[in-house]
Ligand binder design. Structure first.
Ligand SMILES: [Zn+2]
Ligand SMILES: [Zn+2]
Length: 371
């Protein structure tokens, strides 16, 4: 009985074995295939590439295993095949990452072609970010995506990879899949993800959802800030990334309204009517005709002695005073007239000024307030 090396795990295996006792690799099939194949290296690569394209990943792995002295290209194809387009059920991330690393090492030993190396960094970065099981992988993914950025700072794919890594880190933390549970750190990572996700709609909406989840997590946190600033910030960011999302609008409105009420009655915070009014107005932006809120704004204004429209609460009111100018105009004009005219004019003006009303007009809703 002779010992041969298992092409899969590298351990010594009997040449009589059908499968490797260590990793279960089908040795017999491998041997037969190697004996049977008369295909050239180029043919096998060709076949494997098209098998990967047709998502026949196992077939591709078989074809590639027949190649003696694999180089970077073969390692990369093997890695692609094990990655299986990142489909959770089928892919073998560890193997995939291992072969990407082999390809990278191979390229590094030979003359480094930066474009090819960059592609490999991208792929391994993506493999890590897809796997993303623990912090270690996150760090690896970041470091690989960052290497691409060193070669090509404008690489959109590298940016998208980085964004997805940071986003996943935050999401895992919120799902309590990590040992760390630090909402501020999660927020920091989401901010970074947003910066990198400049062009990818898909990741941007995922980030928005995470901000929304994070806002909720802050609202349930034992160290929730009484001014609700954290959850407010996250809700604002979610909405700014997805401005038409009804749920994000609704939750931000609720936060504004809660903050307004807290400052109104001094719940957890000192009573602050200006802040309360500010947040009632913010609430009103989402719910233009909410009479309840308008009433509160008017109440605060009345209490503070601020003139406002009694219909919409707006402070944008213009005082329409008695037309003083008119009287002056007519007076200067009347200088050229006879004294009798002056007397008669000033008499009529005096009569006019008595009939003119003092009133306010709301610039926002047009409501006129007679006094
Ligand atoms: Zn084995
Ligand atoms: Zn008004």
């Amino acid at each position: 009985m002779a010992l041969i090396m298992c092409p899969e795990c590298g351990k010594d295996v009997s040449d009589k074995a059908h499968v490797c006792p260590n990793c279960g690799f089908p040795i017999a099939m491998e041997k037969n295939a190697k004996i049977e194949t008369n295909l050239s290296r180029e043919d096998l690569i060709q076949i494997a590439s098209s098998e990967i394209e047709r998502k026949q990943f196992n077939e591709a792995i078989k074809s590639l295993s027949m190649i003696m002295d694999p180089d970077a290209e073969v390692f990369e194809l093997l890695a692609d095949a094990y990655f299986c387009d990142g489909e959770e059920l089928h892919c073998d991330f560890d193997k995939s990452i291992e072969y990407y690393q082999k390809a990278i090492d191979y390229l590094k030993c030979s003359q480094v072609i930066s474009i090819e190396l960059m592609c490999l960094y991208l792929k391994i970065g993506f493999a890590y970010s897809t796997r993303a099981r623990d912090v270690f992988d996150m760090e690896m993914a970041v470091s690989f995506a960052a290497r691409v950025a060193e070669i090509d700072s404008e690489n959109e794919q590298a940016k998208a990879n980085l964004a997805s890594v940071y986003w996943q880190y935050c999401q895992k933390m919120l799902n309590r899949e990590l040992e760390v549970y630090d909402l501020d750190l999660a927020k920091e990572y989401l901010d970074i993800a947003t910066e990198y996700a400049t062009s990818s709609e898909e990741i941007l909406s995922a980030i928005a959802e995470s901000y929304s989840n994070l806002s909720y997590a802050y609202s349930k946190h034992e160290n929730r800030k009484p001014d609700l600033s954290d959850e407010m910030e996250c809700s604002q960011k979610a909405l700014s990334l997805a401005p038409n999302d009804k749920d994000y609008k609704k939750s931000l409105k609720l936060i504004y309204n809660l903050n307004a009420m807290n400052y109104f009655v001094g719940n957890g915070v000192e009573v602050d009517l200006l802040k309360s009014k500010h947040y009632f107005k913010k609430t009103l932006e989402f719910d233009k005709n909410n009479q309840e809120i308008i009433r509160r704004i008017i109440l605060i204004n009345n209490y503070l002695g601020i003139v406002c429209c009694p219909r919409c609460g707006s402070e944008n009111v213009k005082h329409k005073s008695t037309p003083k100018k008119q009287r002056n105009q007519s007076f200067s004009y009347s200088i050229t007239r006879t004294i009798a005219n002056i007397v008669s004019d000033s008499l009529t003006n005096a009569q006019k000024s008595e009939t003119i009303e003092d009133f306010y007009v709301c610039e926002d809703c047009g409501f006129e307030v007679r006094q």
